[in-house]
Every structure is written in C-alpha cells, then in structure tokens.
Design a protein around this ligand. Structure first.
Ligand code: GRF
Length: 185
C-alpha cells in the first residue's frame, strides 16, 4: 500500500474516481490544491483525506513547489497523481518526483497537448478522441504514455458532449494506471 498525493485545481471528478477505486495498491493520504475553493477539496474532506490548499499567487514557481513538496514529505507520500492541476511545475519538483508522478490528459497523446483538447480534436476531423495517463517530465504533456482509452467522435459532437464521453473513460483509466504505477515502485 503506497501513500499517494493527488494535486488538483478544480472540480475533482478524477480525484473522486481515484478515491472510489482505492483498493490495496494505494491510499490517498493528501490532496493538494493551488485553488483555495476548488470543488475537489470538499470531496477530499468528505472522504476524510487531509488537504493542503494554498493560492499560488505571489509565489515564485519553485518556492511554491517547495512548499508543496514539504507537505508531500510530511505525509510520507510515495507517488503523486495530477488530476486537473492547472499549474506548470518547476523543473526541480519534476526531477524530485521523476518516475513517481503521473498526469491524466484528455486527448490521445501525442495529439492535442495543452488546453481545449476536445475542440481541437473535432476541428482536426479526428475519428477518435480519448485520454492518456503519462509520466510527468519537464515538457508539458510530454512524458511517456502509460495507458490510454479511446472513444469515437460522433458526427454531432460538441466539445462538451465529447468531453463527457472522454471523462467517463478517464474515471476508469486513472485508478488502474495509478495502481499499476505504484505496484512498480
Ligand atoms: C480532466 O479532463 C483531466 O483530464 C484534465 O483536467 C480535467 C480535470 O477534471 N487534466 P476533474 O477536476 O478531475 O473533474
């Protein structure tokens, strides 16, 4: 059983999926948010999970990440799952968690890195969309892909309908990918 921290900035539906799927591989010991009123914080508190929320405004990137890192260490965290964490990480933090930090991205990487993935998949005429879990490296959404799930793009899809179809798959994929990662640590 590995202690995991989940880093969020928003509603926390992937956090909820990770909590609901908790089995013997990992235990979510801490939820960190850089947005003090992120909806996911309430999900964590309801589940009895320790939280640390701090707005990043006014902090140099590396200083903010050092504060987060202190909390990860204080909670004996062994792996980190980014789940809608809308903050680019400092190189030092990425290096410290190398091989132990994953992200979920709502596209079939290497397609559509960055934001507005669903709009871009539709605009590109892609036949399929999906989500990818990847190891976090210095480049945004660039680390090795560990797992993917695919969905069709339907003729009348909007970004919202496609996002909803992909999100169902995110919630299935992320807990499995996290469990697989921590078993290798
Ligand atoms: C998800 O679509 C995830 O793939 C992306 O950010 C979104 C977070 O949603 N990185 P939630 O906060 O987990 O509901």
């Amino acid at each position: 059983m590995k202690n995991v921290a989940v880093l969020i900035s928003g509603r926390g539906s992937n956090l909820k999926a990770l909590i609901d799927a908790e089995q013997d591989a990992y235990r979510i010991a801490l939820v960190v948010s850089n947005v003090e009123d992120a909806g996911g914080l309430a999900i964590a508190r309801d589940a009895g999970i320790a939280t640390f929320a701090l707005a990043h405004k006014g902090y140099a990137r590396a200083d903010f990440d050092d504060i987060v890192d202190e909390h990860l260490r204080a909670h004996a965290i062994e792996a980190v799952a980014l789940a809608g964490y809308m903050r680019i990480l400092s190189p030092g933090f990425v290096a410290r968690w190398s091989g132990r930090m994953i992200n979920i991205h709502p596209s079939l990487l290497p397609l559509h890195k960055g934001l507005h993935t669903h709009e871009r998949a539709i605009a590109a005429g892609d036949a399929e969309a999906g989500c990818s879990v990847h190891l976090v490296t210095a480049g945004l959404d660039e680390g090795p892909v560990l797992a993917q799930a695919r969905v069709p793009i339907l003729p009348n899809d909007s970004a919202d309908t496609l996002a909803a179809r992909v999100l169902v798959e995110e919630h299935r994929l992320y807990p499995r990918a996290l469990a697989d990662l921590v078993r290798t640590l």
